[in-house]
Ligand binder design. Structure first.
Ligand code: NDP
Length: 443
């Protein structure tokens, strides 16, 4: 494979999709060696096929504001790859998304889902709708309009969406209600559902907990644990909150969190009850934390989270939020490991820098796979019409994260003993999907 030539061609064919190119570049760089060692991959044109989604669905979403004004948003669902199971991946509602965002997220999802060892293909979707500042009724009308088109493309055995940025329990409820109303069936078509109507225990916590579980394995490999460690976390949404919760349970101290408008630093340790109240109940701004914790500091530069001295960094907000300058600041301050709770939060040059410095660098495909893993377990429970206890689900999640860690070590260990988790995750995920594609013939 001539990676440079291939990427030049891809960029020409898919202009203005920088995040997608970034995600593809990382995977191709990681798998080049194993790809070239196995001529069957080239013979079956696996790279050309794996970077192209099975299909892209784009649609109009008209909806009405409370005051009667009409709004129109763009909807997307990328059904990327179904070699190992039904398309599976979240929905993102955020004003800055584009086709390239969803292609990058869908592509990542294919390999991440393979790593979980569960039978799930990869997909992703959402809209440029911004839930911020909208009433509950407006969000409901938007979700109903979104599902009125999406329902015909999805199904429990076809494509099973879930939440992502801007899509939490409230949105999944509205989406599920509309699907059920249209098809007249109560079935496991979405994950992240409410506990009373088909949801799984631990789904809400799963991504954040999983990020911490895999980091715990990294620390164990290096003869240590979370006790007494200081941790910097970005974001204050679903992933960030439950990563913080698990860090604290394991004896670590979270000293900083952020949102899109700024960050807080609380050297005494973040009070998570206050964060949950602001973010989960009041849907407020992180600055409000200072009204309850007078000694904390606020900066309206959200990426200041990386300037704080910490042992462990967990970027849990959004893509490309930890750049080379931030990586250098972290290394200067003695960081041991960076684990991506979010999808691709560390820029490509920052990833290379961290790997060059032999800092632990656990990519999102591995580190945030806990969310989709428990979504897979939710699908299993729905099929069985049965529900496991919180303890059972948490144990299964912990086992899956341990297996992902093992796969990263197996495929990422270098001759000098350093484990390149980025390579390990990409190779493990790629092999599984590529071999399944070959088994299915030329489709
Ligand atoms: P939420 O919407 O719950 O929270 C997102 C957090 O990131 C908020 O604090 C938000 O701030 C902040 N944020 C969002 N966009 C930006 C931006 N452009 N710049 C800076 N900050 C931003 O989302 P999740 O916690 O669910 O998702 C976070 C990340 O984790 C995403 O990358 C997502 O793809 C990934 N992920 C999520 C999974 C899940 O199960 N939820 C599973 C696997 C990965 P504000 O409140 O101000 O918008």
């Amino acid at each position: 494979m001539d990676t440079t030539k291939f990427l030049t061609q891809l960029k020409k064919q898919t202009p203005n999709e920088d995040e997608f190119h970034q995600a593809v570049t990382e995977v191709l760089e990681s798998i080049e060696e194993v790809y070239n060692q196995n001529p069957k991959f080239e013979a079956h044109k696996i790279i050309e096929r794996i970077v192209m989604p099975d299909r892209i669905i784009m649609f109009r979403i008209p909806w009405m504001r409370d005051n009667g004004d009409i709004e129109v948003n763009q909807g997307y669902r990328i059904e990327f790859n179904s070699a190992i199971g039904p398309y599976k991946g979240g929905l993102r509602f955020h004003p800055e998304v584009s086709l390239g965002t969803f292609k990058f997220l869908g592509f990542e999802q294919v390999f991440k889902n393979a790593l979980t060892t569960l039978p799930m293909g990869g997909g992703k979707g959402g809209s440029n709708f911004d839930p911020k500042g909208k009433s509950d009724n407006e969000v409901m009308r938007f979700c109903q309009s979104f599902m009125t088109e999406l329902y015909r493309h999805i199904g429990p055995e076809t494509d099973v969406p879930a939440g992502d940025i801007g899509v939490g329990g409230r949105e999944i409820g509205f989406l599920y209600g509309q699907y059920k109303r249209i098809v007249n069936r109560f079935e496991g078509v979405l994950t992240g559902k409410g506990l009373e109507w088909g949801g799984s225990w631990i789904r809400k916590q799963a991504t954040g907990y999983g990020t911490v579980y895999i980091t715990q394995h990294w620390l164990k490999e290096h003869g240590t644990d979370f006790k007494g460690k200081t941790v910097a976390i970005s974001g204050s949404g679903n992933v960030a909150i439950y990563a913080a919760e698990k860090v604290m349970e394991l004896g670590g101290k979270v000293i900083t969190m952020s949102d899109s408008t700024g960050c807080i630093v609380d050297e005494e340790g973040i009070d998570l009850k206050v964060i949950k109240l602001i973010k989960e109940v009041e849907r407020g701004r992180i600055k409000e934390y200072l009204e309850s914790r007078y000694n904390a500091k606020y900066s309206d530069e959200r990426n200041d989270v990386w300037k704080v001295k910490c042992d462990i960094a967990l970027p849990c907000a959004t893509q490309n939020e930890l750049d080379i300058e931030a990586a250098k600041a972290l290394v200067k301050n003695g960081v041991l490991v960076v684990a991506e709770g979010a999808n691709m939060p560390v820029t490509a040059d920052a990833v290379h820098y961290l790997l060059g410095q032999k800092i632990g660098m656990i990519p999102g495909k591995a580190a945030n796979a806990g969310g989709v893993a428990v979504s897979g377990l939710e699908m299993t429970q729905n099929s069985m019409k049965f529900k496991w206890s919180p303890k059972e689900v948490d144990e299964k999640l912990a086992t899956i994260m341990e297996n992902i860690h093992e796969a990263c070590v197996k495929y990422g260990k270098r001759a000098d003993g350093y484990v390149d988790y980025v390579k390990g995750a990409n190779v493990a995920g790629f092999l599984k999907v590529a071999n399944a594609m070959i088994d299915h013939g030329l489709i």
